[in-house]
Design a protein around this ligand. Structure first.
Ligand code: NAG
Ligand code: NAG
Ligand code: NAG
Ligand code: NAG
Ligand code: NAG
Length: 384
């Protein structure tokens, strides 16, 4: 008998690791039309304040958004200071934003405590995650400045269709964001990874916090979003001081009026941590949204996280990209027959300026397909 010693110490790189794809449902035939009239608007979110080392994790309801019946062609987000300048990641790290759709009674009252969120009903993407996990449409982070969200003609994300909104209700959007001000922190990188040991955690933190399934957090939890709660503070270099400042999200939406010339796409967010279980005829999804990469000294340089995800509805893949954090090599989506449909690869920055910050993941490559030339049908996906 050989005894195999496995070093179970964990390096707590916590990744939010998800793949967003846009899929056209049926095999509608289409002909290329003249470029439609693209409109655009740039908005500023409400401001939020950061100080050195501080985490801001918050939800902004009812953000400005075009309200007509439209087809969205792109959605790009940046973090800016009060002068409107992009803030580099080594000052304020953009961990993630999620743009989430909901409907709400026009006469709702946010102060009515019997109705959480004023009775808002969240309209999830068509992906397979369970409960409230990864419900967003657009959602990126540090890669957001560099990753194009442009959808090729004649496709678009249809929004504001009155037929999908009950009488007396309206469609709205919110941002759920997490940013970390890493100015003056003892360890910038660990701080952006939300490593628990980098934070001045409140007393009894582990006893008072719960994980994604509502169970108490154990000290085995070394890093992740639960150590990056709003107002938590990364440890600072002794004596470091810098002014607090107000930032905001600046986001640009481009769209066309919905006129039946477009083909509607559906958003599918797939999670490589999804632990699928089958119970009889029921498929149970258990997405974790983040995980801890085990330390492995036995030689393999790469850690692979994989999930094989059955989809209720198939469709043609039109756009795909992955959201991942610094350190990753690539993410791949395979079809049911095992062929590669889409690989998303990061670009790391090499300079100082916003959009090209050295050592930070500043872009994820994406795929766009013209289905007429290159149909990629998806009925079951594997995500690596
Ligand atoms: C909307 O809320 C009002 C009161 O706040 C209520 O009277 C009305 O029935 C609600 N409408 C719907 C469609 O639920
Ligand atoms: C946390 O809870 C555990 C188990 O209930 C208990 O043994 C421990 O003393 C608690 N720790 C603190 C700091 O309250
Ligand atoms: C499987 O489904 C059955 C019937 O719905 C249910 O009683 C059982 O608890 C489920 N088991 C698991 C592990 O979810
Ligand atoms: C560690 O690497 C070895 C060699 O590549 C591999 O067989 C093993 O499964 C890895 N262990 C973990 C926990 O990833
Ligand atoms: C992803 O990266 C790994 C490690 O460099 C490489 O072996 C693999 O071929 C890449 N996958 C794709 C689809 O490019």
């Amino acid at each position: 008998m050989t005894s195999h010693v496995v070093n179970m110490r964990l390096i707590s790189k916590s990744f939010i690791f998800s793949l967003s794809i846009l899929v056209m449902l049926s095999s509608t035939t289409y002909s290329q039309i003249k470029s439609p009239n693209i409109q655009s608007a740039t908005y500023l979110s409400e401001k939020f304040e950061v100080g050195p080392g501080e985490v801001v994790s918050k939800t902004m309801f009812d953000i400005e958004f075009p309200t007509d019946h439209i087809g969205v062609k792109s959605f790009d987000v940046d973090i800016v200071d009060e002068q409107g300048n992009s803030v580099p990641l080594h000052e304020t790290y953009f961990h993630h934003y999620f743009a989430i759709k909901y409907i709400i009674n026009k006469t709702h009252d946010f102060n009515d405590l019997t109705k959480p969120f004023g009775g808002a009903i969240f309209r999830r993407n068509d992906g397979t995650c369970n409960d409230a996990i990864l419900p967003h449409y657009w959602g990126f982070g540090s890669e957001s400045r560099g990753t194009s969200t442009k959808i090729p003609d004649p496709f678009a994300v249809e929004l504001g269709n009155p037929a999908n909104i009950p009488e007396g209700w309206e469609e709205k959007w919110l941002f759920s964001i997490m940013v970390i001000d890493t100015r003056g922190t003892e360890n910038r990188k660990s701080c952006t990874e939300c490593r628990c040991d980098q934070f001045n955690l409140p007393q009894n933190f582990y006893n008072m916090s719960t994980e994604i399934h509502g169970k108490p957090l154990t000290p085995e939890y070394k890093g992740g979003i639960f150590c990056c709660k709003d107002n938590f503070q990364c440890k600072l270099i002794k004596g470091f001081e810098a002014p607090r400042r107000k930032l905001a999200l600046k986001y640009k939406v481009t769209w066309v009026d919905w006129d039946q010339q477009q083909i509607p796409l559906r958003f599918y967010i797939l999670d490589s941590t999804d632990r699928i279980r089958i119970n009889g005829s029921e498929t149970i999804h258990d997405c974790l949204a983040e995980y801890t990469i085990p330390e492995n000294n036995s030689g393999d340089r790469f850690h692979v996280q994989k999930s094989s995800i059955p989809m209720k509805k198939g469709g043609y893949l039109i756009y795909g990209t992955a959201h991942m954090h610094t350190g990753v090599v690539n993410a791949t989506l395979y079809g049911q027959d095992g062929r590669t449909l889409c690989t998303s690869t990061p670009r790391y920055g090499t300079g100082k300026e916003a959009g090209n910050e050295e050592g930070y993941l500043v872009e994820m490559s994406r795929i766009e397909h013209e289905i007429s030339e290159n149909p990629k049908y998806l009925s079951r996906a594997a995500v690596t």
